[in-house]
Design a protein around this ligand. Structure first.
Ligand code: PEP
Ligand code: MG
Length: 924
């Protein structure tokens, strides 16, 4: 080939490659940025919002963000970087230098940077950050001169070595020590100087501390502390990417359903200093109260401090409004900015700021985490303020967060008694609302272990760290001795919806002896403690908890009910769920088998019963005797006799349910569990029951033996019982229809029974059982001379039923997906034994989560799709619903919505959650 022909080809090829090379670094400075708020997936929340604030012209120190794609690359390529990254970082760093008028590594007046993590969604405190990067023995002198304060410069330097040593060089505590050697060296120095606070140490002290820190680094790593700022920078970038895979980040992602594939971005931002003297400071604030949603600027700050001091809870910060006195100009500007940001983002914002010598800098803004109470209140208030639409408001509340509004509180009377009897020990900050009583533990591990034994625990810590999150999750409430409203404990507890009292300064905790003292009172592990997270008060002993405002408004006694109905919390809750009901297409029913459960569910918005498990009624009071007689019967005649005793009892139960539910549909399932479940299993019990029933214990034991199965879940249960003992189905059908006629006559309201046959695997099973039910129904209706509309349908809870749904639908008015059994039988995993290995499966990434909690859409969901298609092909008007536990899980509800089901059915207290999730599914 001639040379001339080759050349342009090569050129073209190079050009195409250059065009496609992805960009890894995005620069920002006040007045403009390469990125914007819509680029969270690529720049992480922090990077995207820093860019956005720059675009808005707000005062933000210059910086740049390395994308989340680099993080993914880093892990996919053995912890290395794309080739072009180095050059991109160098170019961006030069722009930061130009913007800030300082050079990185300049011994005369150095630019220092922070290196921060930031994923697509915020993971507070889970990943690492390094501050003051760029300091070494030369630049520290430059910083001392430029700032005019050697003390400040050496304080920044020792903090940097400590942070770098911890995060990048991974220097943890020495064996047998609780704290790392840096913290111990600092404490030792303070003791030597007889001072309490870091701020009381002089420049020379800090210079000496830097020396000892460097010795620690050499001792522990075998190398000198890196003096080259560029080496420091790449070390920190690697450590921040590395922190995406640390234990606490993984645990947090597991708990919050965040995929590991997202990765974190890294933002490198020019340092500004809040610790340059009394005209400098730092703080965090929310545009509304994150605990109760009240519309007021809310937050805290510390003068002469760095950001970590506020969050770490080392000094207790001042309320934000005091900033007006400490730094009036910055205060006025901050007020203006917070309003602007809330209007711009149209959501409550969480802000971080620093004041450097009177000049305000914004370091972060993001949608603020909030409690369930606050979420509902802020969403409804913002609609009233015309900031957002009703539809947007519905998307602003996590369905699960509604749980908090239903959670217990302390009753005023009992609190007053606790006050009078001197139970009140102290008061901290009301960091996480609600009330909790439990037994005291002092470590996260103990909290988990005690909770696993069924104990309700309160976790008390001097302060919490991300290592404690599993323990916090296991505890009913969290108490800390140190830290403010934005300390780790407070942030995490609010997000989890945990009761939390933070920063109770009078509490002294002794981890070694597992005890704490408050004044003259000493409490030990296992003692009872009560926390009022709404007021911050701490009580000794067990103060009983009571229903929340919403629960009182719905179920309280007349006077309390009226009062609770006027509360802001209840009104906001009602409004939001009212909007949800206007929007949603999916109906929400409940799984209930007692009239009081029905009443609760209806008050919480249930539109019918999706599953009444009749066997639950059998265990009550004297009914169990009649059930046992029926099981022990040797002949059909004997069984009929026992069933005749059961009939009136069942009828009465159904009457209660029909009365509660009025015109709402009521799905009643015929007997499902294996019969041995109703018999006693231990010898003394067998003897007692035999006596009660007037039979010989040997006879009872023999019957038990006869009924025992190797695998009862796949044994003689479900419709297989009704097929072998049709008289049981007949009795139940008679009880249902007689009850319906009686209630119709008494109340004038016709009930709407829907009889459901369980565990059907073949069309013939359903055909036989449906025929039986219809025969009895028609007979009863003739006897009673009434017409009651009714349906007969089946559960779809076996793969074969799903696969042959077209045939089964010939005999069904409705299908209800029993996804508990369908998950069990699709996976071949026993639902009773799965707890042993599912956590391992989740940990190893084999399962995304527990398939018994969140529907396996790929497998079980596929069978549901087949069943819907098959069923509808035979009967276009087939009614479809779900009554497995997944009916109350927001993600699964979304799937059911997309599948076109008519309703989901869940336990009574999950009904509000399902209503909101159904509305969100429609809006999405
Ligand atoms: C189911 O299997 O999903 C169901 C609702 O029935 P049960 O849990 O009673 O087996
Ligand atoms: Mg089932």
């Amino acid at each position: 080939m001639p040379k001339s022909a080759k050349k342009p080809l090569k050129k073209r090829a190079r050009k195409t490659v250059a065009k496609k090379a992805p960009r890894h670094v995005y620069f920002f400075e006040e007045g403009g940025a390469d990125g914007n708020r819509d680029m969270k997936d690529l720049l992480g929340g922090k990077g995207a919002n820093l860019a956005e604030m720059c675009n808005l012209g707000l005062p933000v120190p210059a910086g740049f963000t390395i994308t989340t794609e680099v993080c993914t690359w880093y892990y996919a390529h053995g912890e290395s970087y794309p080739k072009t990254l180095r050059a991109e970082v160098e170019r961006a760093l030069a722009r930061v230098e130009a913007s800030m008028g300082r050079r990185f590594g300049d011994p005369a007046d150095p630019l220092l940077v922070s290196v921060r993590s930031g994923a697509r969604v915020s993971m507070p405190g889970m990943m690492d950050t390094v501050l003051n990067l760029g300091l070494n023995d030369a630049t520290v002198e430059g910083l001392a001169r430029a700032s005019g304060s050697p003390r400040f410069a050496y304080d920044a330097y020792r903090r940097f070595i400590q942070m770098y040593g911890d995060v990048v060089l991974e220097i943890g505590p020495d064996p047998g020590e609780e704290f790392n050697p840096f913290a111990l060296a600092l404490d030792a120095l303070k003791r030597k100087r007889r001072v309490e606070r870091d701020t009381e140490l002089a420049a020379d002290d800090l210079r000496a501390l830097v020396k000892s820190y460097k010795e620690i680094v050499r001792r522990r790593t075998g190398r000198a502390f890196p003096e080259d700022p560029i080496e420091q920078l790449w070390g920190a970038i690697g450590a921040v990417f590395g922190s995406w895979q640390n234990k606490r980040a993984i645990a947090y992602r597991e708990m919050n359903g965040i995929p590991g594939s997202w990765g974190t971005a890294v933002s490198i931002v020019a340092m500004v200093f809040g610790n340059l003297g009394e005209d400098s400071g730092t703080g965090v604030a929310f545009t509304r109260d994150p605990a109760n949603g009240e519309r007021r600027f809310y937050g805290e700050f510390l003068m002469n401090a760095q950001g970590e001091d506020v969050v770490a809870g080392i000094r207790t910060p001042e309320p934000i409004e005091h900033l007006e006195r400490s730094s009036p100009k910055a205060w006025r500007e901050l007020l203006r900015i917070q309003k602007r940001l809330e209007q711009h983002y149209r959501d409550m914002q969480d802000l971080e700021f620093t004041i450097e010598r009177g000049r305000l800098f914004m370091l972060q803004c993001r949608n603020g985490k909030r409690t369930g109470f606050a979420a509902v209140r802020i969403a409804t208030d913002m609609v009233r303020e015309k900031l957002i639409t009703k539809r947007e408001a519905l998307g602003r509340v996590e369905p699960e967060a509604l749980n908090q509004l239903l959670q217990p509180i302390f009753a005023a009377k009992e609190l007053a008694r606790a006050e009078q009897t001197g139970q009140r020990l102290t008061r901290g900050l009301n960091a996480g609302p609600g009330a909790a009583s439990g037994r005291l533990v002092f470590t996260a591990t103990d909290a988990e272990a005690w909770a696993a034994r069924g104990e309700t625990v309160i976790l008390a810590r001097i302060e919490t760290s991300p290592e404690d999150i599993r323990g916090m999750q296991a505890a009913a409430g969290v108490l800390t001795a140190r830290g403010g409203m934005t300390s780790h404990a407070a942030l995490v507890a609010r997000q989890m919806g945990k009761v939390c009292v933070a920063g109770a300064g009078e509490v002294e905790i002794d981890y070694k002896r597992k005890r704490m003292t408050i004044g003259a009172t000493t409490l030990r592990e296992g003692d009872w403690l009560s926390l009022d997270g709404s007021t911050g008060k701490v009580y000794a002993g067990e103060v009983p908890t009571h229903p929340s405002e919403v629960i009182t408004a719905l179920f309280g006694k007349a006077r309390a009910r009226e009062k609770a109905k006027q509360s802001k919390g209840y009104r906001a809750y009602r409004q939001l769920l009212g909007w949800a009901d206007e929007v949603r297409v999916l109906k929400v029913r409940t799984n209930a088998d007692q009239p009081d459960q029905c009443d609760t569910a209806v008050a919480l918005g249930a539109e019918g019963i999706g599953l009444c498990r009749t066997e639950h009624m059998f265990f009550e009071g004297t009914k169990i005797s009649a059930v046992r007689e029926m099981i022990l019967a040797d002949t059909e005649a004997e069984r009929e006799k026992a069933l005749a005793k059961l009939l009136p009892v069942q009828r009465r139960d159904f009457e209660g349910i029909f009365k509660s539910m009025g015109r709402r549909p009521v799905t009643i399932r015929t007997l499902d569990p294996p019969l041995h479940e109703f018999l006693p299993h231990e010898k003394p019990e067998i003897a007692r029951v035999a006596k009660e029933l007037g039979v010989k214990p040997a006879h009872l034991a023999a019957k038990l033996e006869q009924l025992s199965e190797l695998n009862p879940m796949l044994g003689h249960r479900g419709c297989r019982l009704g097929i072998c003992y049709p008289e049981i189905t007949r009795m139940q059908a008679r009880a249902i229809f007689e009850a319906a006629c009686n209630v119709a006559k008494k109340t004038g309201v016709k009930p709407r029974p829907e009889v459901m046959i369980p565990l059907v695997g073949t069309a013939r099973e359903l055909e036989l059982q449906a025929e039986l039910v219809r025969e009895v129904a028609e007979q009863v209706l003739r006897e009673k001379k009434t017409r009651i509309p009714y349906l007969i349908g089946t559960m779809i809870e076996l793969p074969r039923a799903a696969l042959t749904a077209d045939e089964i639908a010939r005999h069904a008015d409705f299908f209800s997906f029993g996804t508990n059994d369908l998950t069990q039988t699709t996976y071949g995993i026993s639902r009773d034994d799965a707890g042993k290995f599912i956590p391992v499966y989740v940990e190893q990434g084999i399962f995304d989560g527990d398939p018994f909690a969140a529907l396996d859409t790929a497998g079980v969901g596929k069978l549901m799709e087949i069943a819907v298609e098959g069923g509808r092909k035979t009967r276009a008007d087939l009614k479809l619903g779900i009554c497995g536990e997944h009916g109350g899980d927001p993600g699964s509800i979304r799937f059911c919505h997309d599948l076109g089901l008519e309703y989901v059915s869940c336990s009574p207290y999950r009904v509000p959650i399902a209503r909101l999730a159904a509305a969100q599914a429609e809006l999405e």
